[in-house]
Design a protein around this ligand. Structure first.
Ligand code: UDP
Length: 328
C-alpha cells in the first residue's frame, strides 16, 4: 500500500515507518521536524519536510502521489503543557487534523489510522480499561484527541472514511537493534528521564505524587513497547474494514507503578537512580492500564514485550549508545 505518514520522524511514527517498510509498503513521511528527527526516518521511505498547517504543500504532495492510506501521528503530546497552553493543542491536534481529513475526502483517500490515547478516558471507573468505558478526558491533550475521534466517527458515517483510532497507553522502549529510539526535547517522559539519571545526565528523578490511591501511592501506567505498537499499526492498516470507525486500546494489560518502574530500571542499569517525592503533576490520573482483549480478539495482536525489564533494556541500549539522542 502507498501510505502517507504524518509525524513519521517522531518516536512512535519512526518505528511504525520501519515496520511498514519491512512489510513492503511504500511510505511517504511528512514531518515538520519540531519533535521529530530526520535521522529517525527509515531510508527506504520518501521524506517531505512540512507542517500540517501548510495545506498548499499537503495538497501538492497528495496530487503528486496516489496514497491508499494515511497514518496520522503528528501532534503535540505534553499533557502538562496542554493544561497551560491549550490553544496550540486545539490548533495542531484538532484543526490540522480536520484540514488533513478535508484533503483526504477531496482526494478520495478513505483509510486512516490515528494515534489516539488512553488519556481520552480521563479517570476511568475501574481498571483495566475497556473500550466501552466512558471517555471523559481530564486534560486538554486528551480532549483534543477525543475531539478527533468524534471527527473520525462522523466522517465514517457521512462520507465512508474507514478510520481506526488506536488508544495507546504509554509507548516505551526502543528498536531492538538499538538504532532508533526516544529523543524528546525537553525530555519529560518517565523512562527516558530515569535512564538519563542512570547515565549521570541528571542527578536523580522526581516522583510526581506519592499519595495516589494505588498500591504504593505512585501512578500506575501500562508501558507498551514501541515495536509492539508498530506491529499494531501495520495490522490495523492491513485488516481495516472500509467505511467504519474502529477503536482499540493498545497496552500490555499490566500496570506498573512509578516506584516499580524505577526499581526495574535500577536492576537493568545497575545504577542508583536517586528518586525524590514531588507534588502531583497536574492532569495525571492515578491508574491507567489496558484491557487488550478486543484488539487481541479482532486483530490477533499480542505484545511481544510484557516484562517492563525487557522494555527498559531496549531503551537502555538506545540511551547508552546515543547519549545525545540523534545529536544536533
Ligand atoms: N513521572 C514522574 N516523574 C517524571 C516523569 C513522569 O513521576 O519525571 C510519572 C508521571 O506522573 C506519570 C508516569 O510517570 O504518572 C508516566 O509519565 P509520562 O510523562 O512518562 O507519561 P504519561 O503517563 O504522562 O503519558
Amino acid at each position: 500500500m502507498r501510505v502517507f505518514v504524518t509525524g513519521g520522524a517522531g518516536y512512535v511514527g519512526s518505528h511504525c515507518v520501519r515496520e511498514l517498510c519491512n512489510a513492503g509498503h511504500d511510505v511517504t513521511v511528512f514531518d515538520n521536524l519540531v519533535g521529530g528527527h530526520r535521522q529517525a526516518v527509515d531510508p527506504r521511505a520518501t521524506f517531505v519536510a512540512g507542517d500540517l498547517s501548510d495545506t498548499a504543500l499537503l495538497g501538492r504532495t497528495f496530487a503528486a502521489n496516489r496514497f491508499d492510506a494515511v497514518m496520522h501521528f503528528a501532534a503535540l503530546l505534553d499533557v502538562n503543557e496542554s493544561t497551560r497552553k491549550p490553544l496550540p493543542y486545539y490548533r495542531n491536534n484538532v484543526a490540522y487534523t480536520v484540514s488533513l481529513l478535508e484533503l483526504m475526502q477531496i482526494r478520495g483517500i478513505a483509510r486512516l489510522i490515528f494515534s489516539s490515547t488512553c488519556a481520552t478516558y480521563g479517570v476511568p471507573p475501574s481498571a483495566p480499561i475497556t473500550e466501552d468505558m466512558p471517555q471523559h478526558p481530564i486534560n486538554p491533550y486528551g480532549r483534543t484527541k477525543l475531539a478527533i475521534e468524534w471527527a473520525l466517527r462522523d466522517s465514517a458515517a457521512a462520507w465512508g472514511l474507514g478510520a481506526t483510532a488506536l488508544r495507546y497507553f504509554n509507548a516505551a522502549g526502543a528498536a531492538s537493534d538499538g538504532t532508533i529510539g526516544e529523543d524528546h526535547r525537553p525530555e519529560y517522559h518517565l523512562i527516558p528521564v530515569v535512564l538519563e539519571a542512570a547515565l549521570g545526565k541528571r542527578e536523580g528523578i522526581r516522583i510526581f505524587g506519592t499519595d495516589y490511591p494505588t498500591r504504593d501511592g505512585t501512578c500506575v501506567r501500562d508501558y507498551v513497547h514501541v515495536e509492539d505498537l508498530a506491529v499494531v499499526h501495520r495490522l490495523a492498516l492491513e485488516s481495516q474494514p472500509p467505511g467504519v470507525f474502529c477503536y482499540y486500546n493498545v497496552g500490555t494489560g499490566r500496570g506498573v507503578s512509578v516506584r516499580e518502574l524505577v526499581d526495574a530500571a535500577r536492576e537493568v542499569t545497575g545504577a542508583d537512580i536517586p528518586a525524590s517525592p514531588a507534588p502531583r503533576r497536574e492532569g495525571d490520573p492515578p491508574e491507567l492500564y489496558a484491557d487488550p482483549a478486543k484488539i487481541t480478539r479482532e486483530l490477533g495482536w499480542r505484545p511481544a514485550h510484557t516484562d517492563i525489564r525487557t522494555t527498559i533494556e531496549t531503551a537502555w541500549r538506545w540511551h547508552r549508545s546515543h547519549p545525545q539522542g540523534y545529536g544536533e
